[in-house]
Design a binder for this molecule. Structure first.
Ligand code: DX5
Ligand code: ZN
Length: 223
């Protein structure tokens, strides 16, 4: 089943508890938490304290996306705060396998991400070590940017690699995804759609969750 992972960065932080409650009620089971250090990306977001707060507000799966130059320094604090998966960038660790191993020892799911200008071929050989591949469809740092179409090619290539190697790695897409391009992104091979403004920017959230849950993932299409 295809699912939406709302990026909490797109929520109204003044009403965080209500925003999470409304997402839970709309049927959301996974939250995407964008962590920025002002170094790997030109913006700063929030840290383990807010992740801990979100963990107290929902039973949903917490998918933590570390846009950090030294992500491994923060693996443990985020796990302690309630992270269920941790994703870091291939750009900072071109040999990511030892870091996947560290995450496994901390008993969380593992994710690896690539920016839009990273050739997708570079990440494919590592996918067997990861539960999640996060394909960025914007240059990370800010919510509300326009979807970069060339990400569709990366998603297709990743899908075909995952399927032909019988891997369980799920493909996530992050940046500029909303109700208008969800079907196209899923058709390219995505399993999980990260949506910031595309989710929190609208009132009819349950309807969006319903719309996306009816899309068939690549795996369901091949059965
Ligand atoms: C990019 C972040 C994204 C982003 C998504 O900097 O990793 O998760 O906030 O937001 P939208 O959906 O608004 O592009
Ligand atoms: Zn993200």
């Amino acid at each position: 089943m295809v699912q939406i992972a709302p990026s909490v960065l797109g929520a109204d932080f003044g009403r965080l508890a209500d925003e999470i409650k409304s997402a839970d009620q709309a049927g959301i089971r996974m939250y995407h938490l964008d962590i920025m250090d002002g170094h790997f990306v030109p913006n700063i977001s929030f840290g383990p304290g807010i992740v801990k707060t979100i963990n107290q507000l929902t039973h949903g799966f917490l998918d933590v996306h570390l846009m950090l130059s030294e992500p491994e320094k923060y693996f443990e604090p985020f796990v302690k705060a309630g992270a269920d998966s941790i994703t870091f960038h291939l750009e900072v660790h071109p040999d990511p396998v030892p870091y996947a191993e560290q995450l496994r020892q901390l008993r969380v799911q593992t994710g690896i991400s690539i920016n839009p200008d990273m050739p997708v071929e570079r990440v494919l050989p590592f996918l067997k070590h990861f539960d999640l591949l996060l394909v960025m469809s914007v240059f990370p740092g800010f919510g509300g940017q326009k979807f970069i179409e060339s990400a569709l090619g990366a998603i297709r290539a990743a899908r075909s690699y995952v399927d032909s190697h019988n891997l369980k790695t799920q493909i996530q897409v992050d940046g500029g995804v909303d109700g208008s391009n969800a079907a196209e992104v899923v058709a390219a091979g995505a399993d999980i759609l990260v949506m910031g403004t595309g989710f929190f920017g609208r009132d009819d959230r349950a309807q969006l969750v319903q719309q996306v849950s009816q899309l068939k993932s690549a795996r369901e299409r091949s059965i």
